[in-house]
Write a protein that binds this ligand. Structure first.
Ligand code: BGC
Length: 422
C-alpha cells in the first residue's frame, strides 16, 4: 500500500525557536526547567538549509510537527502568517523531494488551551478537531502520512503523573481522563483527515512509544506477571483501543467510539528497555516498577548519556510483537543521545540490522525515522543531550553532519532503497 520512506524526525518546539504562545514556553518562563528553549535550533528560519542537508544525506522523507499555538495563538484566531510559513515549509520539502510525515500534536499546547484546563477541560477534543480541520484543509494535498499524537502515554506520564512537564500534575485519575480524551480526539481527527484530505492517499496513526521489557528476576513468576501487564498497558493498550473502537481501562471507563479501527498503520517510537519488578496487585502497582540499574541481571550492557540502555534487539522484539495487528509498521523515531558519534554509528547500524531481521521474518515495515535530524531542545533536559545526525553549534547556529549520517544512509538505503540522485 505504501512506498517505503526513511529519514529523520524533529518536532516544532524542539527545533523552531521562539514558540512564545505555547504552554512549554510559559513553563520555561516560570523557571520550571533548567534551560529555556529560546531560539532552539533556529529551524523556523533555517528550515531550507536543514532540508537541503537532509536531501544531501540521502533521505527520502522528513517527519516534523505543526505548532498549533502558532496557527491559533488565541482561541478562534487563526494566524495567516503562520499558515503561510508552513506552506513554505511544504514547498521547500517538495523542492528537495522529501516526503512530509506530519505530526499534529507533539507535547505542546497553545497557552490559551492550557489555561482553560487543557486536556482535562470539557470540549478539549473538539477544540483540537478545529485545528485538525484547518490543517487538513490548508495542507492536506501535501500530506500522505499523518500522525495525530506523538507518544500520548509519555506526555501523560510526564505531565500528569510525574509532574515534570506542564501542567505539572501528579494524579492517576486525571492521567486516565487525559488518556481517554486523547483517544477520543484521535478518533475524531482520523475521521476529519479522511473526509477532508484532498490527497488521494491518506494514512493516519499515532506515534506510540514502545519499550522493550524484561523481568528483573527472570525466574520470578510475579515479575513475569507484572511484565505481562505492563507490556499490555504501555505497548499495546492505545493500539488495541484504536483498532477495536472500544476505549477501555479496566474498572475505570468503557466507551464505544462511533467508528471502529482508526489506525491505517502503526507508528512506533523505540528507544530502550526497562526491567520490571512486581509491586503489588492494585492501581498503578499492577504494572510493576522499573528496577534500578544496580538490580538488573548482570549482563554486558551499554547505556546512552541519559542512562537509557541501548538494546537494539528490542526493536526486533517490539516490531515482531506488533505483527499481530496485521497493519504496516512505520518506525517514527529511534535514536540515541551521546557525545560519542561512534556510539551513534553503532546504534544506527545495530538497530537497522534488527529492523531488517524483523522485516525478513514477516513484519511489514514501511520505513524508519532517526531521532533527530539536528541537535535540539530535549524538554526538561535542555540542550545537553545530543541526538542529531547533524551537529548544531548553538552560539553560531551552524550545522555539521556527523559520520553517523552516512551510517543511516547506508543502512536505510539497504533496507528501503537508495533515493535517485538529482
Ligand atoms: C520524543 C522526542 C524526544 C525523544 C528523545 C521521544 O520520546 O518524541 O520529543 O526528544 O524521545 O527523548
Amino acid at each position: 500500500m505504501f512506498r517505503p520512506i526513511w529519514g529523520a524526525a524533529t518536532s516544532a518546539h524542539q527545533v523552531e525557536g521562539n514558540n512564545f504562545w505555547n504552554d512549554w514556553w510559559a513553563w520555561e518562563e516560570r523557571g520550571k526547567v533548567g534551560e529555556r528553549s529560546g531560539l532552539a535550533s533556529d529551524h523556523y528560519r533555517r528550515f531550507r538549509e536543514d532540508f537541503k542537508l537532509a536531501r544531501s544525506l540521502g533521505h527520502t522523507a522528513h517527519r516534523f510537527s505543526l505548532e498549533w499555538s502558532r496557527l491559533e495563538p488565541r482561541e478562534g484566531e487563526w494566524d495567516e502568517a503562520a499558515f503561510r510559513h508552513y506552506e513554505e515549509v511544504f514547498q521547500a520539502l517538495e523542492e528537495e523531494s522529501l516526503e512530509p510525515v506530519l505530526t499534529l500534536h507533539h507535547f505542546t499546547n497553545p497557552a490559551w488551551f492550557a489555561e482553560k484546563g487543557g486536556w482535562l477541560s470539557s470540549g478539549a477534543a473538539e477544540k483540537f478537531s478545529l485545528y485538525v480541520r484547518k490543517s487538513v484543509e490548508r495542507f492536506g494535498r501535501h500530506v500522505r502520512v499523518w500522525i495525530t499524537f506523538n507518544e500520548p502515554l509519555i506526555y501523560i506520564y510526564q505531565s500528569y503523573l510525574l509532574g515534570r512537564w506542564p501542567p505539572g500534575e501528579k494524579d492517576f485519575t486525571k492521567a486516565l481522563r487525559v488518556f481517554r480524551e486523547f483517544l477520543r480526539a484521535h478518533a475524531a481527527a482520523y475521521k476529519i483527515l479522511h473526509e477532508a484530505s484532498s490527497n488521494p492517499e491518506c494514512h493516519v496513526s499515532i506515534a506510540h512509544h514502545c519499550m522493550a521489557l524484561s523481568p528483573c528476576r527472570s525466574s520470578h513468576p510475579l515479575d513475569r506477571l507484572s511484565l505481562f501487564l505492563r507490556e499490555w498497558f504501555i505497548n499495546r493498550l492505545p493500539f488495541e483501543a484504536l483498532m477495536s473502537g472500544f476505549l477501555f481501562f479496566p474498572g475505570v471507563f468503557f466507551e464505544k467510539l462511533p467508528f471502529r479501527r482508526t489506525l491505517d498503520f502503526l507508528g512506533v517510537n523505540y528507544y530502550s528497555r526497562d526491567f520490571v519488578r512486581f509491586a503489588g496487585f492494585w492501581g498503578q502497582n499492577q504494572f510493576g516498577t522499573v528496577c534500578p540499574r544496580e538490580h538488573h541481571p548482570r549482563e554486558d550492557r551499554e547505556f546512552n548519556d541519559l542512562g537509557w540502555e541501548i538494546y537494539p534487539k528490542g526493536l526486533f522484539e517490539v516490531v515482531s510483537s506488533l505483527k499481530r495487528f496485521r497493519l504496516p509498521i512505520l518506525v517514527t523515531e529511534n535514536g540515541v543521545s551521546t557525545p560519542d558519534d561512534r556510539q551513534r554509528q553503532r546504534f544506527i547500524r545495530d538497530h537497522l540490522a534488527e529492523l531488517g531481521r524483523a522485516q525478513r521474518e514477516g513484519a511489514d515495515v514501511l520505513g524508519y525515522f532517526y531521532w533527530s535530524l539536528v541537535d535540539n531542545f530535549e524538554w526538561a533536559e535542555g540542550f545537553k543531550p545530543r541526538f542529531g545526525i547533524v551537529e548544531v553549534d548553538y552560539p553560531l547556529q551552524s550545522r555539521r553532519p556527523r559520520p553517523s549520517a552516512e551510517e543511516l544512509r547506508r543502512g536505510c538505503g539497504k533496507l528501503f532503497g537508495q533515493r535517485e540522485t538529482a
